[in-house]
Design a protein. Structure first.
Ligand code: TXE
Length: 480
């Protein structure tokens, strides 16, 4: 299976005609090839985008909205095919792709199809000066969207939908590790009537294709989701060109559990927030902090529940935990488990690779729970991004808050409590972009999404995304 670049509405090879292998992680086997694009391909995509811009940015909001809705509907029509493609490419359980990834990709388009028709700008009357100001919000031009492998179509469309809804044209790059559903999206865009050149998808490595997008002098903004190190690198390149940047980076999110919570609900959700998508979600609660009075009970119940999760072939509906995305990533995650003892950690469950029947070369790992007694260790400070959580106890609210904030990341946090004062105090003092209380990953697409500290810069979602993808211009009119 050869994936192609999608430029100006056409499916084309890279100019160099070089290719990269694409793996099926559940089998550990190559099953296709993707173009190994370079700066020439990015330039070709840019030229298509810039040519399409003046017409696209002048389409009525209704026209744009209808096309975005068409894309959403077609994604839902092709739910089965897209979900199995995502599962094969990424290793995630097909049930998860059916329930979360693909429906959410459709919602991203439907949400911004609606949002753009309601996007209003401000006006300010300069009282006493006989002047009135209004804010024109114009699209930026050609923008770059670069997305990761953990939620491939979900995060790719989360960027593209607001960018094109706001009237921009896009040069986009999905992760080279999971290119398949982005390729299929190109076909859907043609079928939905998206004019040629509005969306261009270039496949290839981050350090060549991705970097060429960031370095392109006329690509005016970069919306990026990925690792913190890559984000810092992109910021260094983009800053001297004064590009607008939205960077959604890593996390090391605390899941803070108080004894007054709804215990059963907490336990069930904590299994999900720890291991959904093999723990490869930037929002996973990878540091579980438990109030001392229920610590022993929690450990016992949590281990028992986690031991029931089925690690298996992602294409089987009964699988809870599929394969990790790549051999390289499996090795990275495993290297953290290997240092657990050295760091004073105790493995309460898991820790080993799993050999799945008929998939013996796949990248499977047991869900792993490590008890730690000290926050100042790699296991609690670095993003592992796999099916590995640590747990530790705390005695007081102050200690819990201190532990929660004592990391360089600040993406999300979860608190389990029924105490309103505590909820408010923690909500105000947690240094994260998102605070969930008695829930996890409940997403309302109108809310600002993003992280504090080294988890990123800027916010996505709702109005924030439409503001990011437009330039505000103040028009001041003096009258007599
Ligand atoms: O991500 P990269 P990687 C974290 C997680 C993971 C680590 C590394 O901890 O273990 O990052 O993962 C493109 N210029 N997250 O190496 O490299 C790349 O091709 C422009 C958290 O896979 O950051 C891909 O499309 N682009 C995270 C995208 O960036 C570049 C999700 C992300 O890849 C580039 C994924 C460059 N120089 C990993 N280098 C989250 N926040 O959800 C790479 N890319």
């Amino acid at each position: 299976m050869k994936i192609k670049n999608y430029i100006n509405g056409e499916f084309v090879n890279s100019i160099s005609n070089n290719w990269l292998d694409n793996y099926n992680p559940s089998l550990g086997e190559v099953y296709g090839e993707i173009p190994n694009s370079d700066s020439k391909d990015v330039e070709k995509a840019y030229q298509a985008a810039v040519k399409a811009f003046s017409k696209w940015s002048n389409t009525t909001l209704e026209e744009r909205s209808i096309i975005l809705s068409n894309i959403a509907n077609l994604i839902l029509e092709k739910l089965d095919d897209l979900a199995s493609a995502e599962s094969k490419d990424n290793g995630k359980p097909v049930s998860l792709a059916m329930q979360v990834d693909i429906p959410r990709a459709a919602s991203n388009f439907q949400f911004f199809a609606n949002a753009i028709t309601q996007f209003a700008s401000e006006s300010h009357e300069s009282v006493g000066l006989d002047a009135v100001n209004f804010t024109l919000r114009q699209p930026l031009g050609v923008v770059g969207c670069i997305s990761p492998w953990n939620l491939p179509l979900y995060l790719f469309t989360w960027k593209i939908a607001p960018a094109i809804a706001a009237g921009n044209c896009v040069v986009a790059k999905p992760s080279e590790v999971t290119p398949m559903t982005a390729f299929l999206l190109g076909k859907i865009c043609n079928e939905a009537g998206l004019p040629n050149g509005v969306l261009n998808i270039v496949h290839g490595l981050g350090t060549t294709t991705g970097q060429a997008i960031v370095e392109h002098p006329y690509i005016k903004a970069i919306s990026f989701t990925g690792g913190t190190k890559t984000g810092a690198h992109i910021a260094r390149i983009a800053a001297p060109m004064f590009k607008k940047l939205s960077l959604e980076l890593g996390g090391k999110n605390p899941n803070i559990i108080f004894s007054d919570c709804d215990y059963n609900k907490m336990l069930e959700t904590t299994v999900r927030s720890s291991f959904a998508n093999q723990g490869q979600i930037c929002l996973c609660g990878s540091r579980i902090l438990v109030e001392e009075s229920i610590f022993e009970k929690f450990k016992k119940d949590f281990v028992q529940k986690v031991s029931q999760l089925k690690v298996g072939n992602p294409s089987e509906k009964s699988t809870d935990i599929g394969a990790l995305v790549s051999q390289q990533h499996l090795e990275k995650v495993k290297s953290y488990i290997d240092i657990a003892e050295q760091e004073g950690g105790k493995i309460l469950y898991g820790g080993n690779r799993v050999e799945v029947m008929n998939c013996k070369n796949g990248y499977y790992l047991q869900p792993t729970i490590i008890e730690v007694s000290n926050n100042n260790c790699k296991l609690n400070q670095e993003e592992i991004f796999g099916p590995v959580v640590t747990i530790m106890s705390f005695k007081t609210d102050e200690e819990a808050l201190w532990l929660a904030n004592d990391v360089k990341y600040g993406l999300s946090s979860t608190i389990w409590t029924n105490n309103l004062n505590r909820t408010m105090q923690f909500s105000k003092q947690l240094q994260t972009g998102i605070v969930w209380v008695n829930t996890w990953m409940l997403r309302d697409l109108r809310t600002p999404f993003g992280g504090a500290k080294e988890s990123g810069v800027g916010r996505e979602g709702g109005l924030e995304a439409l503001c990011f993808f437009t330039e505000p211009k103040n028009v001041c009119i003096k009258y007599n």
